[in-house]
Design a protein around this ligand. Structure first.
Ligand code: GLN
Length: 395
């Protein structure tokens, strides 16, 4: 038998699908923060406890022997709870039998939707800066990306540029509102422009709405699926992660018309079989909570946002104040570093705070070299320590 070197083996057994894949920069920063004992303001997950009743409901479900597979597209009571929540919140009707697929987080929801609906050579429109997963997601489908810039300070887009990104090969636009990393919340008027193009070019809108309940300064979240003519061409992806502070549960859902749901369910079934059954059972409780829970969530995050922005501005950052989600995009030009990666290593090594280099949200890394993203979904204690550490930048 010919013995092959590791390099040769890598070549022989490496799928083209993952060419140029790198470790997720966001998760890499978490790893470095842990190694170095830095405060982790990189990966967006809370360091405070999930709601006590929700944890109890999960424990109860396990004790009650809900420990075997749920139906692949999700336990019926959980799908019913999802349908009821969308009816209550947005007046939108989704048939739990044919239009709802429960999956392992929005991450699986997004990639399963794309794998189900896109073919090699199809084009996908993405707003930039974008959440890093969408790059690998589209690549796994062999789809080509067309980027449309969101311009600071309001992260608006030029409708003409958006139009130029559409053509007969465009199969989908990926939307993320409230937006990670910018905190932009797309307005009705902007969504109407996108919806118009989707209809004109017979294109799907794949919409990641995971921050739907984290809104500030009166911002309102509008699912693009609720716009006229969009229900039949929208795939709405969401999850329990951010809304109920359970990012490690990996329970998400995809809402789409029956024909699209059929395809998405096929991918989901063979990819993961299903999301954790006891956690879906607990999810029924959370999805039944009234408006008060969501008002409180936004209000609590608004205060943390203000705290974080104050810390950052006083340390010398220029902040793009978010209107939704729980990140602050900053401009680091004042510090005179050559690039975002050098700055973040300094931040981790010397200042003791981890953040995400801005370049990981752009197709051309050059566009993000003077940007860094911080998350603020943390205990006040953590935010206070971060403030103290960040002050070292002034020394
Ligand atoms: N969405 C979160 C972020 O942007 C974390 C994503 C993840 O690591 N799955 O930081």
């Amino acid at each position: 038998m010919v013995s092959s070197t590791v390099t040769a083996r890598r070549e022989r057994f490496r799928s083209h699908r993952i060419e140029n894949f790198t470790e997720s920069v966001i998760r890499e920063m978490t790893r470095l923060a842990m190694q170095r004992g830095a405060i982790n303001l990189a990966q967006g997950y809370p360091d405070f406890p999930a709601p006590a009743e929700l944890k109890q409901a999960a424990a109860d479900a396990i004790a009650a022997d809900i420990n075997q597979y749920a139906i692949t597209w999700g336990a019926k009571p959980f799908r019913d709870a999802i349908a009821a929540k969308y009816a209550r919140t947005y007046g939108m009707e989704f048939d739990p039998q044919r239009e709802i697929t429960v999956c392992c987080g929005a991450t699986e929801g997004m990639v399963a939707s794309m794998l189900a609906c896109l073919n090699p050579g199809d084009e996908v429109v993405l707003f930039e800066p974008f959440y890093e997963n969408y790059g690998p997601d589209t690549q796994l489908c062999g789809a080509e990306r067309r980027f449309v810039k969101l311009y600071a300070p309001d992260w608006t887009f030029d409708p003409e540029e958006l139009r130029r990104a559409f053509n007969s090969r465009t199969r989908a636009i990926i939307l993320n509102t409230p937006n990670n990393p910018t905190g932009k919340v797309f307005t009705r008027q902007e969504l109407e422009i996108i919806a118009g193009l989707c209809q004109e070019f017979d294109t799907l809108a794949i919409s990641d709405e995971i921050y739907e309940h984290i809104l500030y300064d009166g911002a309102v979240h509008i699912p693009i699926a609720s716009l006229p003519g969009m229900r039949e061409r929208s795939i709405l992806v969401n999850s329990m992660s951010k809304t109920y502070s359970v990012t490690g549960w990996r329970v998400g859902w995809v809402l789409a018309p029956p024909d699209l749901s059929d395809s998405i369910r096929k991918v989901h079934d063979f990819l993961t079989v299903g999301a954790a059954a006891p956690l879906q059972a607990a999810g029924v409780l959370a999805l039944g909570w009234g408006d008060e829970y969501y008002r409180h969530l936004s209000a609590a995050y608004a205060e943390r946002r203000n705290h974080m922005v104050e810390s950052l501005e006083s340390a010398g950052f220029r902040c793009h104040v978010p209107r939704g989600a729980y990140y602050v995009m900053t401009d680091i030009s004042a510090f005179g570093f050559p690039d975002d990666v050098a700055f973040v290593s300094h931040l981790i090594e010397t200042v003791g705070v981890a953040a995400v280099p801005g370049s990981s949200f752009f197709s051309h890394s050059g566009d993000g070299v003077q940007k860094v993203r911080f998350c603020f979904c943390k205990k006040y204690e953590t935010l206070e320590s971060a403030r103290r550490q960040l002050n070292k930048l002034k020394e």
